[in-house]
Design a protein around this ligand. Sequence first.
Ligand code: PLP
Length: 394
Amino acid sequence: MTEAKLVSTLNEENLSHFSKTYVPPRLLLGPGPSNAHPEVLNALSLNPIGHLDEAYISLMSDVQQLLRYTWQCSNRLTLPMSGTGSAAMEASIANFIEEGEKILIAKKGYFGDRLVDMATRYKAAVSVIEKPWGEAFSYEEIKYEIETKKPSIFAIVHAETSSGVLQPLDGIGDICKKNNCLFLVDAVTSLGALELLIDEWNIDLAYSCSQKGLSCPPGLSPFTMNKRAQDKLSSRKTKVPNWYLDLSLLNKYWGSDRVYHHTAPVNMNFAIREGLRLIANEGLENVWNRHNANAKKLWNGLESLGMELHVSKDYRLPTLTTVKIPPAVDGDGFRNHLLRNFGIEIGNGLGELSGKVWRIGLMGYNSSEDNVDRLLNLFDTELKKYSIFESSTF
Ligand code: PLP
């Protein structure tokens, strides 16, 4: 046997560094991921089975049925894509954009920017309407832009995780329909947590993630599209320029043919089935009410500690609160203190809000009264330590 020349080697000293994988316990109250539900973790740890095994195929059908319930839709093409939320976001662009396609993107934060970036890469003719980070668009503004710009796709983020804004979607689907335009919604921070009615609101295409409202680890991105979207996809003149995310190919596996496309991340699908089952057991409306009630408790608590919320009551996002970092406080210092000493993660502001706000997430399994109480107590007792003033008022 010839001796292999290993380029990368580990000596004993190095090897002793690699003890069994350990992850410190954390309570994730940032913008995501959120903690996975213990039952989801149990499902995740089951032994994999073949992705064409009849037991797995039956599990796939369960996932689709439970997803339709959670999306509140009857769309046949409803499936969890392999990859995080950005995978289904890119699929929504890659499959529906051909060179020169007119897309209108309503941007009011970081994730609107990502849509613009993706649409530009796929050579769309992109027009953008913009709001400051912390505001939402009105129905009239959107109506005017769609009627004058006449795009073939209108895209908007329902729950903008960067700014903490919940965008009202009422009536927009009807305007899109009347103007022969597809309505594309980013529901990454709303699915399984906030009211979202895909069929009733005439949403043609939507995508989300597994790691927030669905109480799973990151790794899958639920996607749904209706007949109008399907018709547009069938009328493409050119091949979808992305093999992995090509919906027609994915549909051959998730539809009745069950043709192999790529090896499904089977354990993540065990996990999402469990996360969705837990939502169905609790009841969707109860889930929405729980998220709203816990967010209100957090908002009231923060305000009674003298803190200021970044977004006005009208558009505040229950799953993600942006609270202003008091000017006298070292924002990163306090966040690190919570993480290192209490195992609690909250997020820094993103993009232009970095250093100006903290982002507090209450999503899925983590949206509980206990978690709100625990965090508010820590704000009350620990924040003073990071203030340059002696007083606890900011
Ligand atoms: N859209 C929104 C609103 C998000 O909050 C995120 C991530 O948090 C994404 C898209 C991208 O999802 P992911 O990071 O899972 O790829």
